[in-house]
Design a protein. Sequence first.
Length: 407
Amino acid sequence: MPLWFQVAYRAALYSPVEHTYSCTNSFSEPDTFMRAEMQNLADEIKQAISLLRRHLDWEPAKIRLAELNDAAEDPDLWNDAGKAQALMKERQLLESSINAIDSLEGDMGDAIDLIELAEMEEDAAVLQEAEDSLRKLHGELGKRQVETLLSGEADANDTYFEVHAGAGGTESNDWANMLLRMYVRWAEQNGYKVEIQATTAGDEAGIKSATVLVKGHNAYGWLKTESGVHRLVRISPYDSNARRHTSFSSVWIYPVIDDNIEINIPDSEIRVDTYRSSGAGGQHVNTTDSAVRITHIPTGIVVTSSEKSQHQNRANAMKALRARLYDMEMKKREEATQAAHDSKTDIGWGHQIRSYVLQPYQLVKDLRTGVESTNPAAVLDGDLNAFMEAALAHQVSGEDKQIEDVE
């Protein structure tokens, strides 16, 4: 049973649903085994759909959607644009969730009908088609089930992520740039909008740091478990002796907070500096004098923005600072579940959450969950969902695993 299902199954009791089918003896023994396997798969899918309905609070959710639909028809709705936008967003998300479950149940019913037809006609080809349908449905439910774990206070929000190179000069700067690309690719592949807020170029290659805004539903919820130190092992392209190097960079994730949340930052607690971006250059590096750096004096938090408008940069930086302060307060209240984030203070050995080995063999290994991939190229191109899903489930389960790092 997959990890996402084990965790979700602990969250609620299973209630039976209508669809059942029984095995007959009209097929050969190998086919009987195949039908038994599909029965188990169908049972898992039915349990998962039942849990999704419970998590959504099905009947009240449908009543609420009807209320929202009625409210959306009110001609005075848009007199208050903020209220209207919030209502339309709630309506869209609720409608999407209800329609998705209805679609999953319909697909499940179609697959069961196909199985019954195959058993009646003893058609192995149709039976195989039904099995393929079930496996596809099982995969779709996997992501839906993980999304039920995204119930934190800010999980649905947009998010910032920062990448910082560790010690090691060019090697770490290049690794930080690889991580930046990896997360941008992941966001784009999953339908999120990406805005690069600021970058500081490395002296010779790569970047020293970058701040990126990711916009979309559950952006923070999906990315939050990526905070921490990431380790790269490879034969360096910058070493003429072709020696193996280990590099470290850190990733820091924090949510965009709702504008309705009041966070007062007195002018006396901040220092605002304007500067000209500098470095090796690149398509995301601005060379005007408009870049803004804001330092929060009590906490030492530093945020930057380097777009074309100094006014816009100040607004962006203040918004990021408010998000950082809000996130800091969240961490205080959720210290037990955020202990993994503490490791980011030292960007070096012993604090890594994941290792990426490119030579002499190829392996990506998460040191919190034990999830591995033997295709680092795909991972570095944004194939991160398996790691994120396992980390979310691990965070909810609270299991303390001892995972040995790779050499």
